[in-house]
Ligand binder design. Structure first.
Ligand code: GTR
Length: 420
């Protein structure tokens, strides 16, 4: 029997001591992945039409009911207000807008701010990348004109964040992760949102963020009710709703992007909303691109205990019990097909299981093939810093868990061949 000890750290994230994460490939158990191309009643899926008409919905349901849970309803009226609009951002290269999107009629109610960059040189609508940031829109660039988020943020002494409120000291603190200059110079737009606007990232029993609109206090939670990742995915779709009537962004060419927990989110958003034209997972690891059944690095039990609010309650059935999962993350990735998907790893990020991320994309391949798309050619990972790009793409770069200029250079290159 495995005895688990769980303690809660100052950051509010639980840290358990056992079982230790496995980093030894020889200790990966023999596992059998659930079949992508067989329907629940055992029929072979042999064409794109079989996938689209029958199997896709089954797979979506399996991923929803066992991993992330349902998304909030989408039949709400959105209102938008321009908070700022400048033409001289990023050394004069970008038109930059801050757009507040209200989820109710109440200006003080749940809302999110879209930070929208478009190239000033653009003639007509541009394709774009859309993704959440971790620290607030004001952390993307050190421009004093940007509004400092008023949403809950994780305490961070280095950036003067105390009592969960952002201050001047956190301006630009996340700028190394957002290659805005490269993106707009390549002719793309960038839309980013502080993820805590949609749902603050702590376990509060689903009362804050957009949960305040949809959840009834005291009501028991369904075992497949969505957690924060579903809420965040929902928020990305609402951003796309807004972009559909934007004069500068081509909403039919929006790549949904995310790093780490937000990479799990971008995969789930791409799965649940087929309007996203491309899906990018940066170091998404356990719960993202990595296969859970490999039990390598971070595992299902550990993530559920550290972040009890991310997934649905059903996901806990697989704590220390991954082999019982009726789904795995190749199925999550396959839900993006036939749209282009990019999965990226970092070699020092073994916690996220780079090989498991690669294999997640590799084993989604048969669905891409049904559509005449080229998947990853082999189950052998490419060398360091040697991206493979077909109709899907993968790279493992040197360095740690992060988003770097190198990552963005590859995403832009991949987008150049698929979103142009
Ligand atoms: C870690 C978590 C990972 C990843 C990461 C992040 O603590 O274990 O799964 O999501 O956080 O989002 O930065």
């Amino acid at each position: 029997m495995v005895v688990l000890t769980v303690s809660v750290s100052n950051s509010g994230e639980a840290q358990d001591k056992a079982p230790e994460a496995n980093y030894d490939e020889a200790k990966v158990p023999k596992y059998v992945l659930p079949e992508l191309l067989k329907t629940n009643d055992g029929k072979a899926v042999t064409s794109a039409a079989d996938w689209t008409k029958v199997r896709r919905a089954e797979v979506l349901q399996l991923v929803q009911d066992n991993i992330f849970g349902t998304l909030p309803p989408n039949d709400i009226k959105l209102r938008t207000k321009v908070r700022s609009d400048v033409k001289d951002a990023i050394n004069g290269l970008a038109h930059r807008r801050e757009l507040t999107v209200y989820f109710t009629d109440d200006d003080k109610g749940p809302q999110m701010d879209l930070l929208v960059y478009t190239p000033v040189s653009a003639k007509g609508k541009v394709p774009a990348f859309l993704g959440y940031n971790f620290n607030g829109n004001h952390a993307v660039e050190k421009d004093p004109r940007l509004h400092i988020t008023e949403s809950w943020v994780r305490n961070d002494k280095e950036h003067g964040i105390d009592k969960n409120l952002a201050t001047e000291a956190s301006r630009g603190s996340e700028s190394s992760r957002w290659a805005v200059e490269k993106i707009v110079s390549a002719g793309y737009g960038l839309i980013t949102i502080y993820y805590g606007d949609v749902d603050p990232d702590f376990d509060d029993g689903f009362k804050n963020g957009i949960h305040a609109i949809f959840e009834k206090p005291g009501q028991p939670r369904a075992s497949n009710a969505g957690g924060s990742i579903s809420a965040w995915a929902w928020g990305l779709s609402r951003a796309l709703d807004v972009l559909e009537s934007d004069a500068e962004i081509d909403a039919k060419k929006v790549a949904v992007f995310g790093h780490s927990r937000l990479g799990k989110t971008s995969l789930w958003a791409g799965a649940t909303d087929e309007r996203f034209a491309m899906v990018i997972s940066n170091n998404s690891g356990c719960g993202g691109a990595a296969l859970s059944k490999r039990e390598f690095g971070e595992r299902v039990g550990r993530i559920n205990r550290s972040f009890p609010h991310w997934f649905c309650l059903n996901h806990r059935k697989y704590n220390e019990n991954e082999q019982a999962l009726p789904v795995d993350h190749h199925m999550l990735i396959a839900l993006a097909a036939p749209r282009p998907v990019y999965v990226a790893s970092a070699v020092e990020d073994q916690w996220a299981d780079p090989k498991g991320e690669y294999l997640g994309l590799y084993h989604a391949g048969p669905v891409f093939e049904l559509f005449g798309k080229k998947p990853l050619p082999t189950d052998v990972m490419p060398d360091l810093n040697q991206p493979v790009m077909t109709d899907v793409a993968y790279h493992i770069r040197s360095g740690k868990h992060d988003v770097t200029d190198y990552d963005w250079e590859q995403y832009i290159k991949f987008a150049n061949s698929h979103l142009r």
